[in-house]
Design a protein around this ligand. Structure first.
Ligand code: HAS
Length: 562
């Protein structure tokens, strides 16, 4: 479908701004691996200190890049399937909010005024403009969601009997989940952290800010994942040369994410003594529950790939794996999707280890956790973002992709890098290597009394992986920007590959209506968070000012636990 100039502008800004910042995000990722491997034995390089770099790495890659992409991809999906454009005022104001918010975040991080990491809860304190910027970014993304609700309402009125297209359902589920879960973090940043950072309030309840963050922080990871799932269900089957095995199974998987991803944030807080064992058991069960839609996805997407392989001539049980279109420059998207899926097998399984309360005690706060999340975030999430960003940039700007052969090898190179990086982090984590620590100042520095030779192999493996990922990122920037700055050659448009379903399934009303699932999700959120918030409000107390190591009010006060 042809698109207006203003929507085209918004989409190109929405792709270019985060990719430009991603240069800084990726650079700081590689630097992390150099610090950890002991190649750098200093607290700062080129004026950027370790925690400043880690904050930029996390905020840019995990919050800015992912949110911009979810909005841009959401616009593309909604326009493609509803055959109309969103409300111009809403999509323009949405992008203005997101750009201004991101600039505020970028300036505070680059000038060293925000070193609170991507999880940004107290006691770490950032500039108030960082919190306001982050809130603007989030609220901007809500406006895009509101514009899609209007589009869908109009489309449904005109086509009352049509099933909700899988990609539209996935997009609306994702943003309904995002909207529900970002209310606690908007409250945390605007009502608690910003006044505290301006100095208007003197005290802060640290455990409360942590809980409000994780109420958002876990749905956040599925907010990153679902655009990738939309691509796996609705674009990959066509790209592989087949059909989607079951549209209804895909719909059910998205709806299960809505109910199960919102109540499980407490699994990031298993090591907090105050939370009751029954709450932890309940959250552990729900966390296993949220793996079910991913197991379903492995089956449905796997079956779709098998069908594609057989259509391409495969015969035996596993022969189809060898008949898929790897390394084809005119089908470059396939590489991004398949590498993401392969990494996600291991990323998902390591998440199931984390979900076990007892195993979590062994891996929490070690390198294992970033090992897990690089195979999920840097796996399917970032690979789909990179591949689809090239695809969308080309179609909405009317410019063919430059250097398609290079674009084809990026995902394989990146995937090999992630495998080394995550293996190093996880192996080190199992030996007790801490996360978020500048090991080059201590454990991997032979000059230090804390030097630990057993962590050298794992940290060096991580660094090797980081350098391969860094090389893949450089090639990606080259392909992206050479396409962006090339000459327009065709009429800009939005056109996603047409999804075909293998079976002609009947319409199930419950799978085409998000509302009952949203209500159930809210009930499950209450079941976890009423007891958890009661505990935090009972045992957590406000302490003056920001974190000070020698402040006795930050130490355990046993009289408080009576
Ligand atoms: Fe997680 C911590 C549990 C999924 C991201 N997770 C994190 C953090 C991040 C993160 C960023 O229970 C750290 C936060 C921080 O900074 O502290 N996670 C899980 C579980 C899942 C899970 C049970 N996580 C994700 C996803 C993420 C993500 C997805 C980002 C996108 N995670 C945890 C827990 C913690 C945690 C605890 C806290 C740890 C701690 O103590 O701090 C599940 O959803 C995973 C289910 C996935 C599967 C895999 C299915 C496989 C598929 C691929 C099929 C392949 C095919 C290809 C078809 C069961 C779909 C075949 C073709 C061939 C050629 C072979």
């Amino acid at each position: 479908m042809k698109i207006s100039k203003s929507l085209q502008r918004v989409l190109i800004v929405g792709l270019t701004m985060p990719v430009t910042l991603f240069i800084l995000g990726a650079y700081n990722g590689v630097m992390q691996t150099l610090y950890r491997a002991g190649v750098i034995n200093d607290s700062a390089v080129a004026g950027i200190n370790y925690y400043q770099g880690l904050t930029m790495h996390g905020v840019i890659n995990a919050i800015v890049l992912t949110t911009f992409f979810a909005v841009v991809f959401g616009h593309v999906v909604m326009v493609n399937y509803c055959k109309r454009e969103p409300n111009k005022n809403l999509y323009t104001i949405s992008m203005v909010f997101m750009v201004v918010g991101t600039l505020m975040d970028a300036v505070t991080m680059v000038t060293g005024k925000a070193q609170a990491l991507y999880t940004f809860y107290a006691p770490l304190q950032a500039s108030p403009y960082f919190y306001i910027g982050t809130s603007l970014l989030i609220v901007g993304s809500w406006l895009a969601y509101f514009s899609w609700l209007l589009m869908w309402k109009e489309f449904k009125k005109e086509n009352p009997n049509e099933k909700m297209p899988v990609a539209v359902l996935g997009t609306l589920v994702n943003f309904t989940m995002w909207f529900m879960s970002s209310i606690p973090v908007a409250f945390e940043t605007l009502v608690i952290l910003t006044p505290w950072s301006f100095g208007w309030t003197k005290e802060i309840n640290v455990p409360l800010t942590r809980m409000l963050f994780w109420m958002f922080g876990h749905p956040l990871v599925y907010f990153w994942l679902l655009p990738a799932y939309i691509a796996f269900y609705t674009i990959l089957p066509k790209v592989a040369g087949g059909k989607l095995y079951s549209g209804n199974a895909a719909r059910l998987a998205f709806l299960l994410f809505l109910i199960l991803s919102t109540p499980v944030g407490v699994h990031h807080q298993f090591s907090e003594a105050a939370l009751s064992p029954s709450t932890k058991l309940w959250v552990s069960i729900l966390t296993y529950g949220v793996s079910i839609p991913s197991f379903m996805t492995a089956f449905t997407v796997g079956a779709s790939l098998e069908f594609a392989g057989r259509k391409r001539g495969a015969k035996g049980y596993l022969d189809w794996l060898g008949h898929l279109p790897y390394f084809q420059r005119n089908n470059y998207l396939f590489g991004y999707f398949i590498c993401g899926l392969i990494l996600f097998i291991f990323g998902g399984l390591s998440g199931i280890v984390n979900a076990s309360y007892s195993l979590n005690q062994m891996v929490h706060n070690t390198g294992w956790v970033p090992g897990h999340f690089h195979m999920t975030v840097a796996g399917p999430v970032v690979l789909v973002i990179l591949g689809m960003s090239l695809y969308i940039l080309s179609s909405v700007s009317g410019k063919p992709i430059k250097n398609k052969s290079l674009a084809t090898i990026i995902p394989y190179l990146w995937g090999i890098g992630v495998a080394f990086l995550s293996h190093g982090l996880m192996a080190g984590g199992l030996m007790g290597e801490p996360r978020r620590s500048n090991l080059g100042l201590s454990y991997t520095n032979p000059e230090s009394t804390l030097f630990n030779k057993y962590w050298l192999t794992s940290t060096t493996t991580t660094m090797f992986g980081g350098m391969i990922m860094g090389s893949a990122a450089i090639i990606f920037f080259y392909v992206f920007f050479s396409t962006l700055f090339s000459k327009q050659q065709f009429e800009p448009c939005i056109e996603l590959p047409v999804l075909e379903e293998l079976h002609n399934e009947k319409k199930v009303n419950l799978l085409n209506d998000i509302r009952p699932w949203a209500i159930l999700s809210f009930v499950l959120v209450l079941s976890t968070y009423i007891p958890s918030l009661q505990t935090v409000l009972k045992y957590g107390k406000s302490v003056p000012n920001k974190f000070q190591f020698d402040n006795t009010q930050n130490l355990n006060d046993s009289s408080n636990l009576k």
